[in-house]
Design a protein around this ligand. Structure first.
Ligand code: C5J
Length: 222
């Protein structure tokens, strides 16, 4: 089997069998990233997330060029809220409300504001995961879909680093996947949380996995 190698990954070099590697794009959604969206209305500085878009676009292009598996996740709930726990509703009372008619109901599947930003729009054939939680594996069937494809190694990009990205990476690690977080293709509203997440992932000999930058990942695929 051909392998892809990332000698500059931290804390040690990373390699993967090329056909078993997938890209996971976490929650690059309009309501987390756009001015006047849901996250902005909560007081978050969404401009902090924008530097991740161009690296993520380059990752997408590279994985597409090599015909590799690509997963896009969206944090959302069913229109009837049947997958919304009372605990989440209590602490996020805006879910399913309408702040801005053009965006539709907040965090509801299929609404305009819930969509992925135009620069990173999924293409036909890429996997779409609608997730009610922060992690990509809880109540989604993602593990079964990846197993059916023989995927064992995952490259993570997305927002926000310490919430949905880190939760997903930890869930994946516990299911036996070898995981790499792409450090310039992820962002947080809180720079100190992004830094801390990167440090805690690679601490103790990569207790959750590896980190690498976009250039390292793209070079590995070429
Ligand atoms: C958050 C996410 N931060 N996608 N969602 O609630 O990280």
């Amino acid at each position: 089997h051909a392998r892809v190698s990332m000698p500059g990954a931290m804390p040690t070099p990373f390699s993967a069998p090329v056909g078993k590697l997938a890209l996971v794009m976490i929650d690059f959604q309009r309501d987390f990233m756009e001015e006047k969206g849901f996250a902005a209305s909560l007081g978050n500085d969404v401009s902090r997330l924008l530097p991740a878009v161009e690296p993520a676009r380059r990752l997408l292009a590279a994985f597409r060029q090599h015909g590799l598996t690509i997963v896009h996740t969206l944090e959302c709930h069913a229109p009837d809220l049947s997958d919304l726990h009372e605990s989440k509703r209590q602490r996020c009372s805006r879910i399913a409300q309408v702040d801005c008619p053009a965006r539709g109901r907040i965090l509801i599947r299929g609404e305009p504001g819930n969509a992925i930003v135009p620069a990173l729009t999924p293409q036909p054939g890429e996997l779409i995961v609608h997730k009610p939680g922060k992690g990509s594996f809880y109540a989604t069937g993602l593990h079964e879909r990846l197993q059916a494809l023989g995927i064992t190694h995952l490259v993570f990009a997305g927002v926000t680093t310490e919430v949905c990205v880190q939760t997903s990476m930890r869930e994946a690690n516990d299911r036996g996947y070898e995981c790499v977080l792409v450090t310039d293709a992820t962002e947080s509203y809180f720079p100190q949380f992004k830094r801390a997440t990167i440090e805690m992932i690679v601490a103790q000999n990569g207790i959750v996995g590896w980190t690498a930058d976009t250039a390292e990942v793209v070079a590995a695929l070429d």
